[in-house]
Ligand binder design. Structure first.
Ligand SMILES: Cc1cc2nc3c(=O)[nH]c(=O)nc-3n(C[C@H](O)[C@H](O)[C@H](O)COP(=O)(O)OP(=O)(O)OC[C@H]3O[C@@H](n4cnc5c(N)ncnc54)[C@H](O)[C@@H]3O)c2cc1C
Length: 497
């Protein structure tokens, strides 16, 4: 019997298919969640639809895949021993090495016995009479759990494009997010690139782009460009906020691309022209732009000449056929909400999460959604998630959720649920902060713009990882202000603040 079961006075020993916590997903979030909950003495079952642990790094094996946060930062920090014994071979670790690291963590902390691989969670419904979740998996079995934690990942639901003829293509078709496991292209891997993006720890200067004269500004951009990586957008403190400032960075990058890419037409297509630079992920990367100078690389502008159809051996745009042996669909993901939406999640009164989120995701702190008690989301919409070093955000959420479950257990509390009012205020705040930046001006996946029909809302919280952590800590310190809790044996609500 687990600590939680003994605290709530309920024994599940007679039924082995009852757990304190079901965790969905065995990427970095699910693995660390398991580790922390086990240390609380709880019984935990992790379900992972993939054939092994690692999440993103299990699925995305395309040539050149690697992280765009420096490896020293893109690592767990919860164990000193783990940090000491693991060495990264490169500044930005390639995918095979990150996957090896994930496997090392799974073995080192003996996580595997509690992880069911090749098992998808199809359905989770909340039983209001017993305050438990009933979770049904792809092998047809159902288990119950007091808590469910969605560690399903922000970029784990690969988006397959709907293009006429795709199904009849005779060559191989790959999606970057479902890359075959035996593929290995060392030659292409040499051209591996890292992308730069916002939200990672770096010194932010106390000056804006227009505070410097032309020469000084160019020198600063040059030096960051040469250094490489995502800190390029942190040369000045207002690049994401002020369009004239942003334009100086965009001009610099456009000039760089024109310098590197020999064909002016190709260079023009690669230059950021229809959105503030940085509001979509930027490529400030070794050899990325130079790749377009290779004789076997052709860039076709499908914005002005959309793909008309896929023929058995070619791609047709504007009446011209490009013969190809294989197709790689680098069409991204139904980000942040896609994997959650695929699960039939039913909360109070049988309401589904998809119904509730029909006009865009609604959460309090990105951690819980009102009407869905004891259901936690790791790096959910409304938290910094994809705008941050995800390892930092994952650890922060897992630690917060662990403390929260311990709090409930220690006080004999049965349910915890986001308060509707607190949730509405948070959603409004997330939106308001987003609109103080240039991000919503881009048709990006942060906005859901790559998925036809998806509500266009800026999903992550852009207020900053530090600010956000402080908010979460304050909420916890005030007895989980903004969350409603019920006691184990009493149906009435207890004020949490
Ligand atoms: C190509 C690529 C590069 C990236 N690079 C970086 C980077 O440099 N820095 C950074 O901070 N972030 C990066 N990310 C984001 C990355 O997703 C996170 O860093 C991190 O790996 C997320 O871990 P996670 O455990 O939250 O989710 P994931 O790694 O996505 O794991 C979620 C798991 O849940 C499983 N799952 C989903 N639904 C179900 C279900 N219904 N039933 C069972 N299992 C389910 C999935 O199969 C998956 O294995 C990158 C993402 C991609 C795609």
């Amino acid at each position: 019997m687990s600590a939680l079961q003994s605290a709530s006075g309920k024994s599940h020993a007679a039924n082995p298919k009852t757990y304190d916590v079901v965790v969905v997903g065995a990427g970095f979030a699910g693995m660390y969640m398991l580790h922390r909950l086990r240390r609380l003495g709880l019984s935990v079952r992790v379900y992972e639809q993939g054939g092994d642990v690692g999440g993103t790094w299990y699925w995305n094996r395309y040539p050149g895949a690697r992280c765009d946060v420096e490896s020293m930062q893109y690592s767990y920090s919860f164990s000193d021993e783990l940090q000491q014994e693991w060495d990264w071979s490169e500044r930005y670790a390639p995918q095979p090495e990150i996957l090896k690291y994930a496997n090392h963590v799974a073995d080192r902390f003996k996580l595997r016995p509690d992880i069911a691989l090749n098992t998808r969670v199809d359905r989770a419904s909340f039983d209001e009479s017993g305050n438990t979740w009933s979770v049904t998996t792809s092998d047809g079995s159902t288990v119950t759990a007091k808590y469910v934690v969605l560690a399903t990942g922000c970029l784990s639901n690969a988006r397959m494009p709907d293009i006429k003829g795709l199904a009849d293509f005779k060559g191989k078709v790959y999606h970057t997010g479902h890359w075959p496991h035996r593929a290995n292209y060392p030659e292409i891997r040499r051209f591996a690139r890292e992308e730069a993006r916002n939200g990672i720890y770096t010194e932010m200067p106390d000056r804006g782009a227009l505070d410097d004269g032309d020469n000084e500004r160019r020198a600063r951009y040059e030096s960051r460009w040469a250094y490489g990586g995502l800190t390029f957008m942190a040369v000045y403190n207002d690049l994401a906020l002020h369009k004239p400032a942003n334009d100086t960075a965009a001009d610099f990058v456009r000039a760089k691309i024109a310098e590197i890419v020999k064909d002016p037409q190709t260079a023009k297509l690669l230059q950021p022209n229809n959105h503030p630079i940085g509001s979509k992920r930027i490529c400030v990367d070794t050899d990325y732009f130079a790749t377009f100078n290779r004789p076997n690389v052709t860039l076709v502008d499908i914005r002005s000449n959309p793909i008309e159809e896929i023929l058995p051996n070619a791609v047709r745009t504007a009446g011209k056929d490009y013969e190809v042996d294989a197709l790689v669909l680098a069409t991204g993901f139904d980000a942040m909400t896609g994997s959650v939406a695929k699960i039939d999640i039913r909360g109070r009164n049988g309401q589904t999460l998809n119904q509730k989120w029909a006009e865009g995701p609604k959460t309090y702190l990105g951690l819980m959604s009102a009407g869905f008690p004891n259901l936690f989301i790791i790096t959910g919409p409304g938290s910094p998630s994809v705008l941050s070093n995800m390892m930092v955000s994952i650890e922060q959420h897992v630690d917060w959720i662990t403390d929260c479950i311990a709090h409930l257990r220690d006080r004999g509390l049965d349910t915890m649920e986001a308060d509707k009012q607190a949730e509405d205020s948070w959603v409004a705040h997330v939106n308001e902060v987003a609109h103080t930046t240039l991000y919503p001006q881009a048709n990006s996946w942060y906005m859901g713009a790559n998925i036809p029909g998806k509500p266009q809302i800026f999903m992550p919280y852009i207020g900053g990882v530090g600010v956000y952590r402080q908010i979460c800590n304050n909420v916890a310190a005030k007895g989980y202000k903004g969350f409603a809790m019920t006691a184990a044996e009493q149906p009435q609500k207890m004020a949490a603040s």
